[in-house]
Write a protein that binds this ligand. Structure first.
Ligand code: SF4
Ligand code: SF4
Length: 480
């Protein structure tokens, strides 16, 4: 290994075979199982606090309600969605789609500035893998060396006992996670109902739960870091999102190279050696099996374990911490301080505009939606110099409150409305209601075969809740 050469961007590796394959694959293409050493240190503590908060939210939010609505519910089966307690319906698809686009732009901007901080601190995959399943593994099988020893040893009583125990606890954890996932789809009451009634009464729900459980078990017991290193599309996007001004976990190669083993009482500076003592502690602690000293790699999930491992080493040998740290590539290479680049500014501006537009749409979407459609194949009819059209109305109450509605034709004036039932339409909270009305005009007022018409829907206080633009049909008139 040599230090950086000429104007090369990063450490030049004499034998950089790490670029030929992912860190978890051997030369034959077989998987190398990763046994990361248990991380400890300042960043691990912060990540523990963050993960407790995230896990608390994951297990607590299904029970949180706002104005009687679930805080978050993605019910694809009944096509009902609640986000932050706000109901969304298929009619709000545009808002949901724009919300999704805004989230993507937000994550992009976040990534351009902070790199993969999301992966290490917030991503559910890392959260469950490193903070739940990995910890169960450390608890049952011990740290890296003990796990490797257990893996090599014959299937004796100890190995069978530990593995069976680990797999059983993994299965229980997967079962718990799948139940809570299900709560985000059908609500916690429904999940409790299904659990109380048992699989015989709800065989389909039972099968879905088993499938979810097995999927989680497969991901966390076997697939593990492969999700981040091979499957996750967000990880693959890093190459285009990050640049020299992006904050990431970096190895300070200028300070670390020329790496060489530690010798007591040696003046490393005089002998031309860098601060990296090639102890591999940053490598053995890495959950994706990479060596951060090879530079930024797509496999790095910014978990900070290598920062803590290296800081501990630096502490022990009396050198300054931060050989591996959060930094930008520009800072490591040229001691440049962080600056807000044009790319960040443009993305931030676009994001602000999108959020503004989304806010306007949310404000403007109202508490109910009305539609007036003519029945298929229907046409006008004339009686006593009056023309009548029939309409089917569909009212959607987007709130929990009951509404008493009346319908009024805004333009043209002089309309008469005939209800097929009560004049006051009662719309319950969160209800979709359909019904029929006839709208009649004096024949003289209808000048065109298709006359533009606006119908308003009002609550009991006389406030217009929604309006709908449609056309009123009459006989064809030759206009001279
Ligand atoms: S932990 Fe630090 S000193 Fe040890 S190999 Fe990694 S970078 Fe070098
Ligand atoms: S290189 Fe460091 S920050 Fe990146 S995944 Fe490995 S241990 Fe975590």
């Amino acid at each position: 290994m040599s230090a950086e050469s000429g104007n090369s961007q990063f450490v030049e590796i004499e034998n950089d075979t790490f670029r030929n394959s992912v860190g978890t694959m051997d030369e034959t293409g077989n998987r190398k199982w990763v046994f990361p050493r248990k991380p400890k240190g300042k960043y691990t503590n912060y990540r523990n606090y963050a993960s407790w908060l995230m896990l608390g939210l994951f297990f607590g939010l299904p029970f949180v309600k706002i104005n009687g609505n679930p805080f978050l519910l993605i019910n694809l089966i009944d096509r009902k969605f609640f986000i932050l307690g706000q109901p969304f319906y298929l009619q709000d698809f545009f808002i949901l789609a724009l919300g999704a686009v805004t989230s993507v732009i937000f994550v992009m901007l976040f990534t351009v500035v902070f790199g993969r901080i999301f992966c290490g601190w917030l991503c559910p995959q890392t959260l469950f893998m490193e903070m739940v399943f990995r910890k169960i593994e450390y608890w049952i099988e011990g740290d890296r060396n003990k796990q490797m020893k257990l893996d090599r040893q014959e299937w004796d009583a100890e190995k069978i006992r530990k593995r069976l125990m680990k797999w059983s606890v993994f299965l229980l954890a997967s079962l718990l996670i799948s139940h809570f996932m299900f709560m985000y789809i059908v609500g916690y009451q429904r999940v409790f109902e299904i659990m109380m009634a048992g699989p015989a009464e709800h065989p389909l729900s039972f099968i879905v739960m088993i499938v979810f459980t097995m999927a989680f078990y497969f991901v966390f017991a076997w697939l593990r870091e492969q999700v981040c290193t091979l499957i996750c599309p967000y990880g693959r996007l890093q190459g285009v999102l990050i640049d020299k001004q992006t904050i990431n976990v970096y190895y300070d190669f200028k300070r670390g190279e020329n790496r060489s083993k530690w010798r007591n009482n040696e003046d490393r500076k005089t002998s031309g050696k860098g601060d990296c003592i090639d102890c591999h502690q940053c490598v053995v602690v890495c959950p994706t099996g990479i060596d951060i000293r090879n530079g930024q790699q797509l496999e790095c999930v910014n978990c900070t374990a290598c920062i803590d491992a290296c800081d501990e080493v630096m502490d022990k040998i009396g050198l300054p911490k931060g050989l591996i740290r959060y930094a930008t590539e520009a800072e490591i290479e040229n001691q440049e301080t962080f600056r807000f680049t044009s790319r960040m500014k443009v993305t931030a501006l676009f994001l602000v505009l999108l959020i503004g537009f989304l806010g306007f749409l949310m404000y403007d979407r109202g508490s109910m939606e009305a539609k007036f459609i003519k029945p298929a194949g229907s046409t006008y009819f004339i009686k006593d110099d009056k023309i009548t059209n029939t309409f089917i109305y569909t009212f959607l109450n987007k709130s929990n409150e009951k509404k008493i509605l009346t319908i009024k034709v805004m333009t043209p004036v002089n309309a008469e409305i005939t209800y097929f039932g009560s004049e006051k339409i009662i719309l319950k909270g969160d209800e979709i209601l359909k019904g029929n009305i006839n709208i009649t005009f004096p024949e003289k007022d209808i000048k065109f075969s298709k006359q533009n018409m606006v119908i308003g829907v009002f609550d009991e206080k006389g406030e217009m809740l929604d309006s709908f633009d449609t056309t009123f049909e009459g006989p064809f008139k030759l206009m001279l």
